[in-house]
Write a protein that binds this ligand. Structure first.
Ligand SMILES: [Zn+2]
Length: 202
C-alpha cells in the first residue's frame, strides 16, 4: 500500500500549502489536504479514519490555524495514534501543548524551496526505502509521460542523497530523466521535484 500523508490546516492557508507542498505529489505517496466539515462539534469519522491510516501527519501551524478548533482536534487525534507527526510552524511559540516535543520545520515564506526541501528530507527519513516491490527503487519520482500517445508510467529513481540534491540546486542545475518508453527528457527542480520542463525526442 502506498504511504499516506495527512495535512491538517485551515482553509485560509490553502494557497500557502499549495506553494509548499504541491510538488511533493510527484513523489510516490498519497497526500491528503482536506478540510473538516464539523459534525456536532467534532471532526467527522472519515477524517479520523484518514488520520489513523496515514503514516505521517503534518499540522500546518500559522497565525490563522493555531487557534482553529478543528486543527487542534485533528492534532489531538493524531497524537493518540501511532502516526509520525511533523509540524510545520510559522513561529516557535506555535510548537506548544501536545506537539511541543516533536521535531518540526519552521515555515519560511521568503524561501519556499528551502521549506519544501526540509519537508521532503523528513519524509525521506521516514519513508525510504519505500518497499513497493523487489524491482522498485528505494526512492523515486513517478511521472506519466504526456508526449504524443506515450502515456508511459515512469519511475525515475533518485539514487543520490538530500545533501547532493541541495548542492545541485546551489549550482543552479536541474535534474532530469528520460521517459523509459519514448525518450522524452523531463527536468525537475532538484530540491522540490517541481516539474521544470520537457524536451521531446529528436
Ligand atoms: Zn514517453
Amino acid at each position: 500500500m502506498a504511504k499516506q500523508v495527512f495535512v491538517s490546516h485551515t482553509e485560509s492557508d490553502l494557497d500557502y500549502i499549495e506553494n509548499v507542498l504541491s510538488s511533493i505529489q510527484n513523489l510516490p505517496f498519497d497526500l491528503i489536504i482536506s478540510i473538516s466539515e464539523p459534525e456536532a462539534g467534532r471532526i467527522p469519522a472519515t477524517v479520523t479514519e484518514q488520520i489513523s491510516n496515514s503514516d505521517v501527519f503534518i499540522p500546518f501551524l500559522t497565525h490563522d490555524s493555531k487557534n482553529n478548533q478543528w486543527v487542534n482536534q485533528e492534532i489531538g487525534y493524531a497524537t493518540s495514534q501511532r502516526t509520525t507527526i511533523i509540524p510545520l510552524f510559522e513561529n516557535d511559540s506555535m510548537l506548544n501543548g501536545l506537539i511541543s516535543n516533536y521535531k518540526g520545520i519552521k515555515l519560511d515564506r521568503h524561501n519556499i524551496n528551502q521549506t519544501t526541501f526540509q519537508v521532503i528530507t523528513m519524509l525521506r527519513e521516514n519513508f525510504e526505502p519505500l518497499s513497493l516491490g523487489p524491482l522498485m527503487p528505494n526512492w523515486y519520482i513517478r511521472l506519466q509521460c504526456d508526449y504524443g500517445t506515450c502515456h508511459w508510467d515512469n519511475t525515475f529513481p533518485i539514487n543520490i542523497s538530500q545533501e547532493e540534491l541541495w548542492e545541485i540546486y546551489e549550482e543552479n542545475n536541474i535534474i532530469s530523466w528520460n521517459c523509459e518508453n519514448c525518450g522524452t527528457e523531463y527536468q525537475f527542480n532538484p530540491v522540490t521535484f517541481e516539474f521544470e520542463g520537457a524536451t521531446e525526442p529528436t
